[in-house]
Structure formats: structure tokens, C-alpha cells
Design a protein around this ligand. Structure first.
Ligand code: AMP
Length: 190
């Protein structure tokens, strides 16, 4: 199956995607990680996008779409993708559907992690100590949260309409959240 997972910054998308990927032998496709990699290797693209990421805004839809097509077109990953942090807006959700269709695939499940701003602030500050992400300072984290809130409703509606949306309570422990996600996936497989 192909899964989409989204939620505000610090909601635990990366942690939970990693867990699902290992448990169900899927490939974790994190657009945030792909973009940070471009910055790290100082590619042309990396140089272009670093200020956007550090301002808490979204990188352009075309750039991200180009990055993910490589994985969607890879036959060895067919129907084994978990999209971590993609789509972030309605245009990306539509792009993803067309890209998947082009390679004879579809989304089977859309997971939304629901977390309050208070919890997010705490998690991001603690992550900053461990991962040293340049966009994990409080002011940018708040901006990223606002960017998320501004764009995500249309994505939620998009997946609700096709009956793929499942909301997960992201306030609990890592284990509680992953158990809830596993239950949803198991229920979905049948
Ligand atoms: P993340 O690691 O998912 O928190 O993403 C970190 C940053 O990368 C975001 O704040 C955006 O600037 C950028 N980014 C990640 N995924 C996307 C996406 N699907 N579309 C646009 N920008 C993205």
C-alpha cells in the first residue's frame, strides 16, 4: 500500500513513518529529508531552497514534485511508499494523484497526526537539542505551524472526500501513537 502521513511540524511524522516503514516494509519518502540533503551537499537546488526552509515557508510545488517522481517511478518501490510530509497543499495532493496514476498506483490511506501547538513547541525545542535543525528555533517553528495550518485544510478535505483520511491522536507517547497507526493499517489491509 501507499500511505500519506501529515501533521504539523514536530507532530512525530518522521518517527512514525520510520516505524511504519520498518514494520510494513515500506519506503519512507520524507520530502523534508530530501530537501535538507540537497542543502547539505550544496547542490544548485540546495543553495536555492535553503533560505525558504529557514524562513518556515514551503519550497515550490514543482521542485518537490520533481524530487518525488524518481521514487514513484522506481518499480522496486511500487505500492511500497510512505509519503512523510507530502502533500503540504491541495496542488501537491493533486500532483501526487496524477504522478501515482502515471505509474499505475494510488494512495490507500491518509494519516493525519493531530497535535496542539503547545505540545509542538515542547517537542521541537527538545528535537533542536538532539538534531540541530536550523529551522527548529521557536519563531520559525511557529511560522512553520502557521504555514501548515494555512494550507492543510484543503488537503484534509481532499482525502476526506475520497474516504482515505484517518485522524490519529498525536498527543500520546511514541508507542501509543504507533499502536494506533498499526491498528488503522491492519484494519485497512483487509
Ligand atoms: P519537514 O522536515 O517535513 O518538517 O520539512 C522541513 C521544511 O522543508 C518545511 O518547513 C518546508 O520548508 C520544506 N518542505 C518539506 N516538505 C515540503 C513539501 N512537501 N512542500 C514544500 N516544502 C516542503
Amino acid at each position: 500500500m501507499n500511505i500519506v502521513i501529515f501533521g504539523p511540524p514536530g507532530a512525530g511524522k518522521g518517527t512514525q513513518s520510520n516505524y511504519i516503514a520498518l514494520k510494513y516494509k515500506l519506503h519512507q519518502l520524507s520530502t523534508g529529508d530530501l530537501l535538507r540533503k540537497e542543502i547539505k551537499i550544496q547542490s544548485q537546488l540546495g543553495k536555492k531552497i535553503s533560505s525558504t526552509i529557514d524562513s518556515g515557508n514551503l519550497v515550490s510545488d514543482d521542485v518537490v514534485s520533481n524530487l518525488i517522481e524518481k521514487f514513484i517511478s522506481d518499480g522496486s518501490l511500487k505500492n511500497r511508499l510512505i509519503f512523510d510530509g507530502y502533500p503540504r497543499n491541495l496542488n501537491q495532493a493533486k500532483n501526487l494523484d496524477s504522478l501515482l496514476k502515471k505509474y499505475d498506483q494510488k494512495i490507500d490511506l491518509a494519516l493525519k497526526l493531530s497535535v496542539s501547538l503547545e505540545t509542538i513547541k515542547k517537542r521541537i525545542l527538545s528535537r533542536k537539542i538532539h538534531e540541530k535543525r536550523s529551522d527548529d528555533v521557536e519563531s520559525i517553528a511557529i511560522k512553520r505551524f502557521e504555514t501548515y495550518e494555512k494550507n492543510i485544510n484543503s488537503v484534509i478535505e481532499f482525502y476526506k472526500k475520497s474516504n482515505l483520511l484517518r485522524v490519529v491522536n498525536g498527543e500520546g507517547s511514541i508507542h501509543e501513537i504507533s499502536t494506533e497507526i498499526s491498528d488503522i493499517i491492519e484494519g485497512n489491509k483487509g
